[in-house]
Ligand binder design. Structure first.
Ligand SMILES: NC(=O)c1ccc[n+]([C@@H]2O[C@H](COP(=O)([O-])OP(=O)(O)OC[C@H]3O[C@@H](n4cnc5c(N)ncnc54)[C@H](O)[C@@H]3O)[C@@H](O)[C@H]2O)c1
Length: 356
């Protein structure tokens, strides 16, 4: 099997993850690692090089692909340098801090004739892929709403992720994944409008909450919401909330958690109202929100989907040798950046923004 020699730039949190995964994956060899902070290279695996500089890594003939895992504000310059050194490139998300940066990166990588893609591996997340499979099967009828949500309970944002100058903030960090998933779930659909609330709840510089509503031309409205400061007292292994919900006129599907627990749910008489039993609230009874009569709600198991992080690199390997297409295409990442601009504009103006 042919091997791709990888040089990793940035050996922090995610750089370590890449090193671990790629050193175990057939077809890849981590040739070496560079980091502007030499202390980050102390635990580089045996057999891998510790470069004294990024330039040394980029000029190493054993390195075929440079994997850029440095802070977000470094991506533009590092991608351009690696391209000029003739290396193929995988860049971490968000690919760039702005459309201008990305357009320049594309110009340089095109001119240099190198392969350039982005590590959007959350397209392989099990919860997302399960819901995409349900969506693609089309058994929910006319889908009208999609929700993609993530909440943390203690306001945990760390290191440079709280600094604007380094590319911090949750829209760049997780928004880029959550929006990319929704767009990739229905690639043909155009976004008509964007309305967003985006806030710095406890962080002075960067956003730590957003609620985004996207109206698509296929009549679906998607809500993407993330909060880092949704205080709650939960067990260690449930220290976040992760939800998907897809609602159609012939059924709904939901999953909770990154390892999805959920169901497809339908009523026994499709497209008909199912009466609710009387139920009490503190200030009076309700039927609309009472439990359904027995036997009226039917559930089905979610489809079984087999997907994991390393599938991203399996696709990369096959695409590298021309056997399939790269899953993540640069124009798709550009569309997400443009959408993030519209989200920010809507948040700033309080108005809905026409898009596409
Ligand atoms: N795809 C994912 O799931 C995922 C998860 C986490 C982080 N990331 C991305 O990975 C990147 C790194 O994030 P992190 O959380 O690992 O940050 P980190 O701070 O833990 O690590 C970044 C490392 O890059 C080094 N660095 C900074 N500038 C450099 C430069 N010019 N040259 C060489 N090294 C440099 C730093 O010294 C540090 O060791 C970010 O772009 C982030 O968005 C992606």
């Amino acid at each position: 099997m042919k091997e791709i020699g990888i040089g990793i730039i940035g050996h922090g949190f995610m750089g370590h993850e890449h090193e671990k995964m790629l050193s175990q994956l057939e077809g890849f060899r981590v040739v070496g690692i560079s980091d502007i902070d030499p202390t980050q290279l102390e635990d580089v695996f045996e057999g891998e090089k510790r470069y004294a500089s990024n330039e040394e890594l980029m000029n190493d003939p054993e390195v075929d692909v440079v994997l850029i895992v440095a802070n977000n504000n470094q991506h533009h310059d590092l991608v351009c340098q690696a391209a000029r050194a003739g290396k193929d490139i995988i860049c971490e998300k968000p690919v760039a801090m702005s459309l201008e940066e990305l357009d320049d990166m594309v110009k340089v990588t095109d001119e240099c004739g190198v392969k350039f893609t982005v590590h959007h591996q959350r397209r392989y997340d099990l919860d997302f892929r399960t819901m995409k499979e349900v969506f693609d099967q089309g058994t929910l009828g006319n889908v009208y709403a999609i929700k993609n949500q993530l909440y943390g309970y203690n306001g945990n944002m760390h290191d440079w992720h709280v600094l604007v100058s380094e590319g911090g903030g949750m829209l760049y960090d997780w928004g880029v994944h959550l929006l990319d998933q929704v767009l990739w779930m229905m690639p043909g659909a155009k976004i008509k409008s964007v309305f967003a609330d985006i806030r710095n709840v406890i962080n002075e510089e960067v956003d730590d909450y957003f609620n985004i509503m996207l109206k698509f031309d296929n009549n679906i409205t998607a809500v993407v919401e993330l909060g880092t400061y949704y205080l709650a007292d939960k067990p260690q292994d449930k220290w976040f909330e992760r939800h998907w919900h897809i609602a159609g006129d012939k059924g709904s599907a939901y999953v909770d958690g990154f390892f999805p627990e959920g169901k497809i749910v339908r009523t026994s008489s499709l497209l008909k109202n199912v009466g609710g039993k009387r139920t009490m609230t503190a200030a009076g009874p309700t039927r609309s929100f009472g439990p359904p009569q027995e036997g009226k709600i039917l559930t089905e198991e979610l489809p079984k989907v087999d997907t994991k992080h390393e599938d991203y690199f399996r696709n990369y390997y096959n695409a590298y040798f021309g056997e399939e297409e790269f899953l993540v295409k640069i124009p798709e990442t550009r569309r997400v950046l443009a959408l993030m601009n519209a989200v920010r504009e809507s948040g700033r103006t309080g108005k809905s923004i026409d898009f596409e």
